[in-house]
Every structure is written in C-alpha cells, then in structure tokens.
Ligand binder design. Structure first.
Ligand code: NI
Length: 388
C-alpha cells in the first residue's frame, strides 16, 4: 500500500481547503469559520453523525464501516487553530488577517483529516467506527483537554486514538515516530521577589530585589544540572525579568520572573516543580527578601504507547517504504497528550521537507505532504479495523 490513489485524485480539492484555511487563520477557541467549514464538509461527505461545539468549538464526525462485528471505535485527531504571528511567506493565499497566521501547519492537518474522512465515507471498507476529531486551541489553550472534559472519549466510545503533526526537516512524505515520550510536559512559573525599594546610592537601607532575582536565575540552573539524573531530560528557562522601577537610581521594591519548565518524565516534572519553589524561596530568604512562586502545570508529556506506535509505524512504512524510528523526543508541548492519557494511541510526524521551522513567520505547510498524511489517517482505520 503506497499512497492511496484516491488521494492523488483528491489532492487539488484537499489543497484548496488547506489554502482556504490558511487565508483565514483563527486563534485558540475562536475557530468558528474553520469549524463551520469542517462540519459542512463532513455533512457533505455523508458522515453518519456530525457534532459541533465539543470542547467549545471542536467538531466530531462519525463514519461507520460496512460492518461492525466487534463494536470497535478508532479516533483520528487534527488541530484547527493558528498563531498570533505576522505572516511573511509571500504566498498568494497568505493570511488576510494581520497578526494571525497558520504558522504550525494546523491548516494542513485539518485538510488532510478532511481528505481521509471523505475517502472513508466513500469506501467504508472497515469493520467498526471511525471518529474524526477536529480540536480548537492547541496553541496554549488546552482545546484537547476541553474536548476530553466534554466527554469526547466516553460519548463516542473511543478505543484508540491517533494524531499527526507535520515536521520541517523531515523529508516530505516520510514519517518519524518513537515509542514512549515524544513531546514534553510544558509547565510555566511566575516568581515574585519582594524586598525593600529605595535609593540606589543607599543599598544598606534597602533589600535589593534585582540582586536577589539574579541569584535566583543563576541558582535555578543548578536544578537541571545538579538535581536531575543526567540521563533524564529537563529544561528550565527564565524568559521574562521585569521590575516596578524604570529609573537608573532606584532599587525596585518588586522584581518578577517568568519562565518555562519542560520534562519528559512525570518524576522529573515533580522534581522541577519542587526544585523551583525550594530554590527561589530559599535564595530569597538568604538575601532577606521574599519570593512567591506560582507553578502552573501545562500540557502533560505526549506519551506514545509501545504497541500503538508499532501499529502507526507499520501504516507509515506501507505508505513511505520506511519510517524513522530513531528520532529524539522534542521539548515542545502538545495537547494531544490529554487524549493519549485517556486511551491507547500514538502521535506521528509527517515530513514537511526543507522549510522554515513551525512558529516562524516564513513557515508554510507543504501541500506535497497531503497524499502521505491523508493516506496514513485512512490507513490507520483500515489497518486497526480490518474489513470483516
Ligand atoms: Ni502545532
């Protein structure tokens, strides 16, 4: 089974959907136009059920196979939202909305899954039920979590769930996947250092918050290098430093730090949270200041099930001839992790070729990846629900 021939025929149509989504990017949960078009197309394809408004603006389509001897249900997921970036691709179908852009290829994911849905509704050559899931707010809004909390898994009785993302640098039309941790847990922290502001010429009358904050920033880097097992993976980055002073000669009363903490293992994640709170509060205390730490857990680790990874890789192998299973996990976050926490499944990368990296203003989804991507989505249904 190379690329399914039907997707070569459907390529102009799928490409047109993709470019239409690209021209009209929408952010987070505000994907009303995109979700509306997805729902209209699913109905036009003859899906057996189309439900809108799942997890606020998510869309779920149901396609029943020719038979259903075992009552098995497989979910396929795509994301629909764009990013707050000014597009610099120069393509004729570039974003019509300044400050919004499909810079992560979710336009491509949505179009590829629509293509697979059209094919599956035409052929229905499987035994069971395919559920196509279009989620909002992947880029920081937790739309995957919102759909799970809205009953996605139980309402549609999903047994396994699969997701796909394009990846620049991976050859077009090829795939990369690994068992275990694929993407990181992405948490954030806010540290407020309070001391005693005053005249910069009289530091002895102050409690210096900038010096305290500087010591905290340096000491936080000892958590990854000294507390975490060297064979594990973690990142702590302090990304924002701000004070209530704008003068050269005033020691500020308050300094605020903001940053991100990433990990691939639940135990390491606990160590990062504990460590950041311990280091910040105690360094501040040593300096006579007070540090308050707000640690917020974001997306969990995207954890591929071993068996499901092999099933997903086998379908990819049949399409592309080979699959890269030696890839390293990435420290970015992905909220498909909420669905993988509920059910057996896997998340795979499809190559976007030699393009700018995702989240870059010059990035563009590569339409040449569509036949492989749509074939993989459809192939997961036909291989996991073989026709009776
Ligand atoms: Ni993305």
């Amino acid at each position: 089974m190379p690329v399914k021939n039907r997707f070569a025929e459907l390529l102009p149509e799928i490409t047109a959907w993709r470019r239409d989504f690209h021209e009209h990017p929408e952010l987070l949960y505000d994907v009303h136009r995109t979700a509306g078009k997805v729902a209209d197309l699913l109905r036009e394809f003859g899906c057996d059920e189309v439900t809108e408004g799942v997890g606020r603006t998510g869309v779920v389509g149901v396609i029943r196979g020719k038979t259903d001897s075992k009552g098995r249900v497989i979910g396929l997921r795509a994301d629909m939202d764009a990013l707050p970036i000014n597009e610099q691709t120069g393509v004729e179908y570039a974003s019509k909305t300044p400050g919004k852009m499909h810079a992560c290829g979710h336009d491509g994911h949505t179009a590829m899954l629509l293509g697979a849905a059209k094919y599956l509704a035409e052929t229905r050559n499987f035994d069971g039920t395919a559920v196509v899931i279009f989620q909002p707010a992947e880029e920081g809004g937790g739309g995957g979590d919102a759909m799970v909390k809205d009953g996605l898994i139980e309402r549609w009785k999903i047994d396994e769930v699969y997701g796909m993302h394009n990846m620049p640098g991976v050859p077009t039309g090829t795939f990369a996947i690994k068992p275990g941790a694929m993407m990181a847990a992405a948490d954030q922290f806010d540290i407020t250092v309070t001391g005693k502001g005053g005249h910069a010429a009289k530091p002895h009358d102050c409690i210096d918050t900038t010096l305290t904050a500087a010591q905290i920033i340096v000491a936080l880097q000892s958590i990854v290098s000294r507390n975490i097992d060297p064979l594990q993976n973690a990142v702590i980055s302090v990304c924002v430093v701000s004070t209530d002073s704008t003068a050269h000669n005033v020691i500020p009363h308050v300094v605020k730090l903001k940053g991100t903490a990433r990990s691939l293992d639940p135990g390491v994640r606990d160590q990062l949270e504990e460590g950041i709170i311990r280091v910040a509060t105690n360094i501040a205390a040593a300096m006579g200041a007070i540090a308050e730490v707000q640690y917020d857990r974001g997306y969990p680790v995207t954890m591929n099930d071993d068996q499901a990874t092999e099933w997903a890789a086998e379908v990819a192998r049949q399409i592309a001839g080979d699959v890269n299973m030696d890839m390293q996990p990435m420290m970015g976050g992905e909220d498909f992790s909420y669905m993988l926490n509920e059910r057996q499944g896997a998340y795979i990368f499809v190559g976007n070729g030699d393009t700018a990296m995702v989240h870059h203003p010059a990035y563009n989804f590569n339409d040449d990846a569509i036949p492989a991507g749509s074939s993989w989505y459809a192939g997961m249904i036909e291989s996991r629900l073989p026709a009776a």
